[in-house]
Unconditional design. Structure first.
Length: 429
């Protein structure tokens, strides 16, 4: 299994000015660095309390002609273009300050955002990205004829089909790789589009008030108005870009092949939720019993101190159990008559749980072994006695060049019994 890359943020700030395509109001957007694990967060700098709106699925409030996010009664409109550009540029953590209600449309494509983000540069951080994988094929049906099939894949691929009853569009189909520069090369320059006959009705409803020939491909009765297309299938490519932006609200890097028929913002969000829910359910359901633990760890009785793994997030977090019984061999000589589990063995059990997390993050784990290098901030809070069940929770802090830093704690009935920071190295057997 390939290790997920380290998270990244921008190395400096970059600003954009323009109008919102629906509100027609001027807005300024500034992308700034953010701490590891912060994610993408919009900050409405023009609101009284500088409201923070995380770019996550739980904050989606609308999908009509764009994706709207909201938190605490404050909203941000048309987020998909900047989010797609951030995803394509592999920016995982950023503070996006927006003075205005709607993200500027710029030239209607993703390119101005992506180009500026590339120019400002990226900075690697200490935490690893979360990767959400499509583990098995499934289909998600949307409204108005839209449908999606998600398939397992080693990278992020999109195959899409659109169909409009206009001679300049018709039915278009294409397949695109999103990673490794694929978005920048094939998708970023594609502009949003609309139909001239719909403009008046849309503006009466509060949409398209900032749309113009400078930021949109406008379609007349049979022709493209006011200029040439950047691609023969520019309409399809823009729809794929919107899909990437909407799927970025999963809050992780995606591995899967998305086959989209007539994609829409509503359908994109429904698909994103389905992918996230399946991933989280699979993660919750992942368990390791004692046979699987024996297969993964070199330890054996009496020094195998993990009985079961009950929760697991690859390369991020693991939760394991140790059932402490009176039959443990160490009770024979450790405080006879008043049995207490040796504190060093409590930490050893924590380390074994962490070792399972670490071994899952490397290729060919059966050919590797974990050696612990250092322990820091070790604290024993309460004694562990026969009948206790210790719940160990270990999170990966960083993993570079075969050296991993982890933070763990053990609890009994919700009370902390031990905690420690651990450093380990993975080496060949």
């Amino acid at each position: 299994m390939t290790q997920p890359r380290l998270q990244q943020t921008v190395t400096g700030e970059v600003s954009f000015e323009g109008v919102g395509i629906h509100t027609g109001k001027p807005a300024t957007l500034t992308v700034r660095p953010a701490a590891p694990g912060a994610g993408i967060v919009f900050v409405r700098s023009d609101s009284p309390n500088e409201s923070r709106i995380p770019a996550r699925l739980e904050h989606v409030a609308g999908t009509e002609l764009g994706t709207t996010l909201t938190a605490d009664g404050v909203e941000v409109l048309t987020v998909e273009h900047i989010l797609a550009a951030l995803y394509a540029c592999e920016i995982d953590n950023a503070r996006i300050e927006l003075h205005g209600r709607e993200v500027p449309i710029l030239d209607g494509s993703f390119e101005p955002y992506a180009r500026a983000l590339d120019e400002v540069g990226r900075e690697r951080q200490t935490e690893r990205v979360e990767v959400v994988e499509v583990a098995e094929a499934f289909t998600e049906k949307g409204s108005r004829g839209s449908s999606y099939t998600a398939l397992p894949a080693e990278t992020f691929l999109v195959s899409a089909t659109i169909e409009f009853g206009h001679p300049a569009i018709g039915r278009q189909h294409g397949g695109f790789a999103i990673e490794d520069g694929g978005f920048r090369q094939n998708i970023a320059s594609a502009r949003t589009f609309g139909f001239r006959n719909d403009v008046d009705a849309l503006r009466e409803r509060g949409f398209a008030r900032g749309a113009s020939l400078e930021n949109s491909v406008v379609l007349g009765t049979e022709e493209v108005v006011g200029g040439n297309l950047r691609h023969r299938d520019e309409f399809l490519r823009h729809k794929v870009g919107d899909l990437v932006g909407d799927l970025s609200l999963i809050g992780a890097r995606l591995r899967g092949h998305i086959v989209a028929e007539r994609p829409s913002h509503a359908g994109n969000i429904a698909l994103a939720r389905a992918i996230r829910e399946r991933h989280d359910r699979r993660r919750r359901d992942r368990r390791l019993d004692i046979a699987e633990i024996l297969d993964a760890l070199p330890h054996r009785y009496p020094l195998l101190l993990v009985d079961r793994i009950v929760d697991f997030e690859p390369s991020r977090r693991i939760v394991g159990l140790k059932n402490v019984t009176i039959n443990e061999p160490f009770f024979r000589g450790h405080f006879p008559g008043h049995p207490i589990m040796p504190g060093v063995l409590v930490v050893e059990a924590m380390g074994q749980v962490g070792g399972l997390l670490l071994m899952d993050a490397v290729e060919n784990p059966k050919d590797k072994v974990v050696y612990f290098m250092a322990l820091r901030s070790v604290k024993w809070r309460r004694p562990v006695i026969p009948g206790d069940q210790i719940l160990f929770e270990v999170e990966m802090v960083s993993f570079r060049r075969g050296v991993c830093k982890m933070r763990g704690r053990g609890t009994v009935e919700g009370r902390v019994v031990a905690e420690a920071e651990m450093m380990a190295r993975v080496v060949d057997r």
